[in-house]
Design a protein around this ligand. Structure first.
Ligand code: FEO
Ligand code: CA
Ligand code: CA
Ligand code: CA
Length: 600
């Protein structure tokens, strides 16, 4: 491998100490800048942001709220595209005097709808530095907004299923918009895969669905006994399809992986049903040894599962029409993790077992291949629409909130971020989820058999058990705990060109702000975790991306100021604009002031 020395990860920066500053803090020698903020014009002709006079029409042409997944497509040395997910909205921070969805104005509800989805924005490099800036003038042919109202289509084995048919779409093939898009990935053919995550929160009147559907609603986190859940945004007040009593199948049309072509602003986003329906954190791809496409996926809830999809056919470089059908046919698997230490040594305390490692072997259990179900009592379409129920039946391993799952392009290891699970009891502890009341989460590494992403068995281990290093239940691959940074609640992962693992956090339980961390996964510094940046008050760090040239890090600073009771009259963050300004979720870029490689 041609990058760096390989041996120790090449990381030399001094770690950012844990802190509670209302700013983006980066290491000495680095600089940061905001690239694009909530409300910045995206489509040519969009009005400038005006917090006091926001409209749905303006929002639909401006950068959305709560930026999450970020990916970057270079177009030469000086120009590029950013794709950014807009996961959800904080109405209590967006509108003065907001109480709840039932009292909101229809225009406020429409603004929230337009602030969901995703954005494509063109950016340009500042001179020869690692800084990138939003292009605000002239031709921006790729800029796009995707929202709750963007026409989409279903493909794959569940397209046209009775479970996806509604009054507005009797063929069950044309869903409208996407909801709660959290993390994501890219494909080898240059498109985005965006995950619809906590879609359950957008619907009302679950008590009004047919009895036979109620167990499935419940399994997906929707109350089947409640009319209007508290805190509901009440999209149903402006669009009837969000009322489950009237349109019980509408909810089945969300919870998918959505493929979007960032280079064709007129293209129709595609919900790929072959990848199953769950609270999709995201999907990241790799190629099997034989060229089949593999998508790794997590279902971010307590006691949910890790999945992967393996295409039937092989990727053929440059054969675009062929490649764009690969995610429609293949096998969807769910993971079972088996420990190699005696069960009696896994007591929920996090104490290492006698073999000094949380590790073992595992199996990818097939759920469905094309139109063939592998789950007794369920059709292929039922497996794809009610994937959680299917996985329950085959003995998959219940994990501590599986979020990003991504393969290291240098080593081939597959890393699973397990954010936390305070509900796990000591009796429920297993070697892959070894701590009861797991407040701080952990990272699991899968090594596929023969290091082939297409394999159906694997070895696994936990290279990182998070928390304060003074906590005896933490583990940093055996590295000297006196030198590492505290870390809590790993969420998104990324890799640099040296194969170092980058981890962003959501919900730090150690009293400091969330941040971005990096840890070598091999060599003499394996486990030497260091904090690279921290984010402002009440923000989450999302979408980390280290550019291929290793000169820039993009991060999404999601929900700054999202503190209990915060309002526009009493904001808890003024990031990024400072002074007395309202907080604005924004994508930022970090670079070394002397143009050195990230991590130097
Ligand atoms: Fe939207 Fe799983 O974080
Ligand atoms: Ca073991
Ligand atoms: Ca996330
Ligand atoms: Ca999160």
């Amino acid at each position: 491998h041609g990058h760096g020395h390989g041996k120790d990860g090449d990381l030399r920066f001094a770690a950012v100490p844990p802190n509670t500053d209302d700013r983006l803090t980066v290491p000495s020698g680095y600089a940061s800048a905001v690239v694009v903020r909530w409300g910045d014009p995206v489509l040519p002709g969009a009005p400038a942001f005006d917090f006091e006079r926001q409209t749905a029409a303006a929002q639909a042409a401006q950068f959305g709220y709560n930026c999450d997944y970020v990916t970057f497509f270079p177009m030469g040395e000086q120009r590029g595209l950013l794709w950014v997910n807009h996961e959800y909205t904080d109405e209590n921070l967006m509108f003065r005097g907001y109480t709840d969805g039932s009292a909101a104005t229809p225009e406020q509800i429409k603004i929230a709808m337009a602030a969901h989805g995703g954005s494509v924005v063109e950016v340009e490099r500042a001179g020869r530095s690692g800084q990138w800036k939003l292009i605000t003038q002239g031709r921006r042919r790729y800029n796009r907004r995707v929202t709750v109202h963007t026409p989409m289509r279903f493909t794959g084995p569940a397209a046209g299923s009775d479970l996806l048919k509604t009054a507005a779409d009797p063929a069950g093939v044309k869903p409208i918009g996407m909801l709660n898009n959290c993390a994501g990935g890219t494909t080898p053919w240059g498109t985005v895969l965006s995950g619809e995550e906590n879609f359950n929160q957008y619907f009302v009147n679950g008590n009004g669905v047919p009895e036979a559907q109620k167990p499935f609603l419940t399994r997906y986190g929707v109350s089947a006994t409640t009319g209007i859940p508290s805190g509901n945004r009440r999209f149903d007040r402006v669009e009837e399809r969000f009322d489950l009593a009237k349109h019980p199948n509408e909810i089945n049309r969300t919870g998918w992986i959505v493929e979007i072509d960032p280079f064709d602003p007129d293209s129709t986003p595609i919900k790929r049903t072959a990848l199953g329906r769950l609270a999709h954190e995201g999907a990241t791809t790799s190629l099997a040894e034989d060229g089949r496409v593999v998508a790794y996926m997590g279902d971010d809830s307590r006691f949910e599962y890790v999945y992967k999809f393996v295409s039937k056919n092989r990727y053929i470089r440059g054969f675009d029409r062929h490649n764009r059908s690969l995610l429609d046919e293949g096998t969807l698997y769910v993971a079972r993790f088996t420990g190699d230490s005696p069960a009696a040594e896994i007591d929920g305390s996090g104490k290492l077992p006698s073999d000094r490692s949380f590790d073992g072997s595992g199996t990818w259990i097939p759920l469905v291949s094309g139109n063939v179900s592998h789950v007794p009592g369920m059709t292929a379409q039922e497996v794809l629409v009610y994937t959680r129920t299917a996985a329950d039946k085959v003995g998959a391993t219940k994990m501590d909130r599986p979020e990003d799952v991504e393969r290291n392009p240098v080593t081939g290891g597959v890393y699973v971020a397990l954010t936390n699970n305070t509900n796990r009891t000591p009796a429920q502890a297993d070697e892959a989820n070894p701590r009861a009341a797991n407040k701080h989460g952990h990272i699991l590494e899968i090594v596929e058999r023969r290091n082939d992403a297409g394999a159906t068995t694997f070895a696994w281990s936990l290279p990182l058990v998070c928390g304060d290093p003074s906590d005896p239940s933490t583990y940093f691959s055996g590295f000297d705990k006196a030198k590492v940074s505290p870390i809590s609640c790993p969420d998104n992962v990324a890799f640099d060109a040296d194969g170092n693992l980058w981890i962003s956090t959501d919900g730090n339980q150690l009293g400091a702000h969330d941040g971005l961390f990096v840890m070598p996964v091999r060599g003499s510094e394996k486990g030497y975790l260091r904090q690279f940046l921290s984010v402002p008050v009440a923000a989450e760090t999302c979408g980390p991306l280290i550019t291929d040239d290793q000169r820039s890090v993009f991060v999404a600073v999601q929900h700054p100021g999202e503190s209990t009771g915060a309002t526009p009259e009493a904001p808890t963050s003024h990031w990024p604009d400072g002074g007395t300004s309202q907080p604005r979720p924004s994508v930022a870029v970090v670079w070394h002031k002397q143009g050195k490689k990230i991590g130097s």
